[in-house]
Design a protein around this ligand. Structure first.
Ligand code: FEO
Length: 408
């Protein structure tokens, strides 16, 4: 007989899998879907933590009905209002008009803006408690761990921490719930980093603050429940925490990303020379991305991972190749810190791309490495040595500047 999955005896998983949507936030690919996690705690009062994307509200409400068995829903705790989690709040309120919605001032402003809800609200601040029977919740504000209203909720009886987007990942839950059930942990951590780089990446300093606050509380945690991806067990959570600690500091591994655009293959030839030189000079992890083909979310994820970034562009109408311009903007708005940077390019009748790529180092406060190389038409022979030297210079700086610790 079907059973709604459970985190522990009193916490039910009532989230849903979305394998239909092609792009998360209409930008980031979802090759393995995504899960919108929601948790229902059954006690003297029934309490739901976060909802799901409104497209999945029917399935979600059916799961709620299975657990509630006719009981009303007394509380909804809103840790995060982004519509992938807050999308079903309006419909939920119609089903349970007496339900109290628990959140902070910023949550309530968004409840009004997204759902027109202004009543039945229970405001909490950091350190406040809410008892629903043998379970008691406390709240920890985590602003900008994606949005300003984000908060974490801790339930002390089950020692469970609900963390909104933090510690989440892309990917539907294929029949499992806990990290201990993952068949391929490395692949999961890749999707976790891709999620961080695309969705949360800009807000590293806020993530650091939230992690510090978590540690200050000294919470005894058996389960960590994000709004996407697996539930972390006590044993597995250390690895997720370590990854977040590194990502939020923009810590990097001793590898390099060679990101290039190429209209006719000439800039790509130069990219290959530089990549070969990087490898020949001891950089073990070299990733080449053709900006016109590679998934932007994977490019960003690799940039969050590696210390070196070498960007190449053809000169296009006197400017940068437009897809490269777009990637620069994606990097810029994430304020990626502490990278080693180099540039190369190509042109036919008037140089221009390198001149436009070089100031990116100063803008991002990155170290500029080596002499930029610019290829005229397809005369690769004239720049082979310069490309090789650029790769060598970057390899030497990467090896000199990276500590050996690494993330997955
Ligand atoms: Fe998964 Fe920021 O919403």
């Amino acid at each position: 007989m079907y059973q709604v999955p459970q985190v522990c005896d009193s916490i039910y998983y009532v989230g849903v899998n979305d394998r239909m949507k092609a792009l998360f936030e209409n930008m980031w690919s979802l090759p393995s879907g995504v899960a919108y996690n929601s948790y229902l705690i059954v006690d003297e009062c029934t309490t739901l933590i976060d909802t799901v994307d409104v497209c999945y509200s029917d399935i979600f409400f059916h799961k709620l009905d299975l657990v509630l068995k006719g009981r009303p829903l007394d509380y909804l705790i809103v840790n995060h209002m982004e519509p992938d989690h807050g999308g079903s709040i309006g419909l939920l309120r119609k089903r349970y008009p007496q339900m109290q919605i628990v959140g902070n001032k910023k949550t309530f402003d968004m409840l009004r803006g997204f759902h027109g809800i202004t009543e039945g609200l229970h405001e909490v601040k950091s350190g406040d408690a809410l008892r629903i029977g043998r379970h008691e919740f406390s709240f920890l504000m985590a602003p900008m761990v994606h949005w300003p209203e984000v908060m974490f909720t801790y339930e002390q009886t089950s020692r469970t921490l609900f963390t909104a987007d933090a510690f989440g990942a892309f990917g539907a839950l294929d029949g499992i719930l806990f990290d201990s059930q993952l068949a391929d942990r490395s692949a999961y951590f890749r999707e976790m980093r891709r999620y961080y780089a695309t969705v949360i990446g800009k807000y590293g300093s806020f993530v650091q603050k939230a992690l510090t606050n978590m540690q200050r509380q000294g919470l005894d945690v058996d389960f960590v429940c994000p709004t996407h991806g697996v539930v972390w067990t006590k044993e597995g959570f250390g690895e997720a925490l370590a990854l977040y600690e590194r990502l939020s500091r923009f810590a990097s591994e001793p590898g390099a990303v060679v990101l290039y655009g190429s209209m006719y293959g000439n800039t790509e030839q130069l990219a290959d020379v530089i990549a070969q030189s990087l490898a020949a000079h001891g950089v073990e992890q070299v990733v080449c991305h053709n900006v016109s083909k590679s998934d932007p979310s994977v490019i960003l994820s690799d940039i969050f991972r590696h210390r070196g970034l070498i960007i190449g562009s053809p000169t296009y109408c006197g400017e940068l190749f437009s897809p490269i311009e777009h990637l620069l903007q994606l990097i810029r708005i994430r304020d990626v810190k502490d990278r080693l940077y180099a540039a190369f390019g190509s042109y036919t009748w008037a140089p221009g791309s390198v001149k436009r790529l070089l100031p990116f180092a100063e803008e991002m406060k990155w170290e500029l490495v080596g002499e930029a190389v610019e290829l005229k038409m397809s005369d690769l022979g004239t720049v082979l040595d310069a490309g090789w030297s650029l790769g060598q210079a970057m390899a030497e700086r990467i090896k000199a500047s990276c500590s050996p610790d690494s993330i997955q």
